[in-house]
Write a protein that binds this ligand. Structure first.
Ligand code: ASP
Length: 440
């Protein structure tokens, strides 16, 4: 069967499986247009409330899920040499994907020049309103590298847990799990305990997925009702640059990675993870999507051993879509302010974006917070950043939905490659969508 036919079948299958989510998305857009916040504040509040409730419900199981998945993942890998091999490969693939993303972002920023002429659209009122918020975020955002590195060390894991700081939690759980895998049979009670937690969180995920369509409807309606579709005027080039960049990730970088490093079919993989991609688009949160990302991969043939190791780490550390958007956003801002940057500074922006993105949490808007690091790194004044930030704020939800979809799909690309290399894919199931169970 030709590649076009395969893509068509994958798209049709995605529609068939996900018609209610697509209906939620479309209805959300329509209701957002029909009920603008300025005229219907109560409708907007209702949309926001339902959307926030949906995200909170999903997030409530993220911490137990991530911790139990990593503990099981590492202890089931058992033999440390294999773990080290998986770990090294995972970091290598995530690094390649992120470096490709920032390179594409930088090239598009230079070629398309998204910021040209955008200055007039920076709304001074919004800028003032958000001044306090942004100033606090920038102050909180540990604007130097040594502080960022120090903050990664979980001084008190329980404090990090209560604050939901994912990276220190993951570092602690990794160390703890490696220790567990080294102490032999005595680790059984603890590992079984986490196995039960993992099974229960997956069950809760199944239940939560009944809420996916109304949740996504409400989130989309709330965004469109706040900002309207007019927000797209004048910032068209910024969006186009981001859309082209992410499209290149999907159409070139991920397929190339799969082709070079594995024998996984990109069409089959995209078909298998469509639900996760759509929920990522609707929620703009890789962490909130994680339960579904794991479910899609596991139920469609990638072993749980690989999924529970690679996907939770990816959902926290691998943010290639965010890195791409941060690079374009930084160039957009400097261009909007008429600042010409030498190539070396653009390279610096790209590298800073690669680091900044991986320190950001998998929640909506996190990438906008860590972009302060990128801008600080090139010496923009806070005043410039405040106006620029407010502009980015107004647009953020839309770019967030797009970049989060890339963040999630690239995690599954890496999981599929590692699973293929380790002989951990059930190809009979993976290549045969007819055998795959519906998830949402
Ligand atoms: N929302 C993104 C995610 O969850 C992070 C970001 O803000 O870029 O992956």
């Amino acid at each position: 069967m030709g590649i076009h036919m395969q893509i068509l079948i994958a798209v049709l299958l995605a529609f068939k499986r996900n018609w209610h989510i697509i209906a939620g998305l479309l209805l959300g857009i329509i209701c957002g247009i029909v009920f603008p916040q300025s005229q219907y504040p109560v409708a907007h509040q209702v949309f926001s409330f339902v959307g926030q409730a949906f995200i909170s419900i999903i997030q409530m199981i993220v911490i137990p899920l991530v911790i139990s998945a990593i503990v099981i993942g590492i202890s089931s890998v058992g033999d440390n040499k294999q773990l080290a091999r998986f770990g090294k490969k995972m970091i290598l693939y995530y690094a390649i994907i992120t470096l490709a993303a920032v390179t594409i972002g930088a090239v598009l920023g230079i070629v398309i020049r998204p910021g040209e002429g955008a200055k007039e659209f920076i709304n001074p009122d919004i800028a003032q309103e958000l001044q306090g918020v942004v100033a606090n975020m920038v102050a909180d955002n540990h604007s130097n590298f040594s502080q960022i590195l120090l903050n990664l060390i979980p001084k008190n894991p329980f404090y990090s847990l209560s604050m939901g700081d994912m990276i220190p939690i993951i570092i602690f759980v990794l160390i703890f799990s490696i220790a567990l895998s080294k102490i032999g049979e005595i680790n059984r009670p603890v590992v079984s305990f986490f196995e039960s937690i993992f099974a229960a969180t997956m069950k809760v995920t199944d239940w939560i997925m009944y809420l996916a369509a109304p949740g996504i409807f409400a989130l989309v309606a709330a965004s469109i009702s706040s900002f309207g579709v007019s927000i797209f005027q004048g910032v068209g080039k910024y969006f186009i640059a981001i859309a082209i960049g992410l499209l290149i990730q999907f159409a070139v970088v991920y397929p190339l990675m799969l082709k070079i490093f594995s024998k996984v079919s990109v069409v089959k993989l995209y078909g298998a993870v469509t639900e996760a991609a759509m929920v990522a688009f609707g929620t703009a949160s890789s962490s909130a999507t994680l339960p579904l990302t794991i479910t899609c991969c596991e139920k469609r043939g990638i072993s749980s051993k690989i999924c529970s190791f690679v996907l939770p780490l990816g959902a926290t550390l691998n943010m290639d879509g965010t890195a791409l958007v941060q690079t374009i956003a930084a160039l957009f801002l400097t261009q909007a302010y008429g600042i010409e940057l030498p190539l070396i500074v653009i390279v610096q922006i790209a590298l800073l974006a690669a680091v900044a993105s991986s320190t950001c949490a998998g929640i909506p808007g996190a990438g906008l917070i860590t972009i302060a690091l990128v801008l600080n790194g090139i010496g923009l004044t806070p005043e410039q950043m405040i106006v620029g930030f407010s502009f980015l704020f107004a647009l953020d939800r839309f770019t967030d939905m797009m970049r989060t979809t890339a963040n999630v799909v690239s995690d599954t690309v890496v999981a599929a490659i590692i699973a293929d290399n380790a002989n951990e894919i059930n190809y009979e199931l993976f290549n045969n969508p007819e055998l795959q169970k519906e998830i949402i």
